[in-house]
Design a protein around this ligand. Structure first.
Ligand code: GDP
Ligand code: MG
Length: 304
């Protein structure tokens, strides 16, 4: 099964069926307030959010629709609408290389899939023949260090680590030093799953970023925020808060293989226009889909 198929299958698991939903709603060849309001509910249930939903509704109110092909028209309209927002946000993982070594800081709240995503991205770079280092700067729990170690072993990349409770910024510092003196192409720094409203944890996160600048002023070259698609509208708040501390340069949305609704990615793209790097579609090293706007929009609107 291709990753695209997997993605469709994942979206299918959610209670939302965009394609058949549209077909049902617009079956009576009538586009009026009632059908539009049903369509609004459908979009909201797909996690697209109220802002985009009302915009779509207002635009459709003004649009002349071929009544015979109402549902097809709406489906194409949604596909185009999504592509327009998402296309400017496409950022290939290969575009990430801006320096050698490229220092990537990976952040996000607890459990979203940061460590797993680091494993997948490291594996991607490794596959390109790059020399990759991972830095275990989530020193909050021993299990977190061990988890990254297991990934490093599994995909055969090197790791810089320290003991539980040690200063995360110093682990990051050592990882970068190592990557410079040993000619690594990329260093991916894992961070603790900090809640964006816990001030001291955010300060610590900032400290990690500052330490990277001590070695290389242009670092971190990429700040990747990992988002869990199953978190719903809460995701917007996470982007807002993390972006305030260090500007995010790339997003990864995980767990789109599960019960996710996916529409939240559109809401994030519309509001923040932050590049999207990849999608997480499982727990294995190759369950990573490089983000392609049109493929995403297509899969999303084709869910039956
Ligand atoms: P962290 O706390 O942000 O580092 O999150 P982890 O990387 O430890 O992931 C938390 C859980 O989510 C683990 O059980 C992962 O296997 C799982 N996970 C991560 N990414 C994905 C994904 O794309 N799909 C699925 N189904 N599970 C994922
Ligand atoms: Mg982790």
């Amino acid at each position: 099964m291709s990753l695209f198929e997997k993605f469709k299958l994942g979206l299918k698991k959610s209670s939302v069926s965009i394609k058949s939903g549209i077909k049902d709603i617009f079956s009576s060849s009538k586009i009026d307030d009632e059908t539009l309001s049903k369509f609004e509910d459908l979009l909201i249930s797909a996690d697209i959010g109220t802002d985009i939903t009302s915009e779509i509704k207002n635009e459709l109110k003004k649009t002349k629709v071929d009544k015979e092909k109402g549902h097809q028209f709406i489906n194409n309209y949604l596909l185009k609408y999504m592509s327009n927002i998402l296309l400017p946000c496409e950022k290939n993982l290969d575009q990430i290389k801006t320096a050698v070594p490229t220092i990537l800081l990976v952040s996000g709240v607890n459990g979203v899939g940061k460590t797993t995503t680091i494993g997948k991205i490291a594996n991607y770079f490794k596959g390109k023949g790059h020399k990759v280092l991972v830095g275990a700067a989530d020193t909050f729990r021993a299990a977190a260090i061990e988890q990254l170690e297991n990934w490093a072993k599994k995909i055969n990349v090197e790791i810089t680590k320290s003991s539980q409770g040690s200063d995360p910024a110093s682990v990051a510092y050592r990882a970068i030093e190592t990557s410079i003196s040993n000619n690594f192409n990329q260093v991916l720094i894992d961070t603790a799953g900090r809640l964006q409203n816990k001030k001291n944890l955010m300060e610590e996160y900032k400290k990690i970023a500052n330490v990277t600048k001590k070695i290389d002023e242009s670092a971190p070259h990429d700040v990747i925020l990992v988002l869990d698609a199953t978190s719903g509208q809460n995701v917007l708040n996470q982007v807002e808060e993390f972006n305030k501390i260090i500007p995010i340069t790339g997003l990864v949305m995980t767990k789109l293989d599960g019960t996710a609704k996916g529409g939240i990615l559109l809401a994030v793209a519309k509001k923040y226009k932050i590049p999207i790097i990849a999608l997480g579609l499982g727990e294995k090293e190759d369950d990573l889909q490089i983000f392609e706007a049109e493929k995403f929009a297509d899969a999303f609107t084709q869910i039956t």
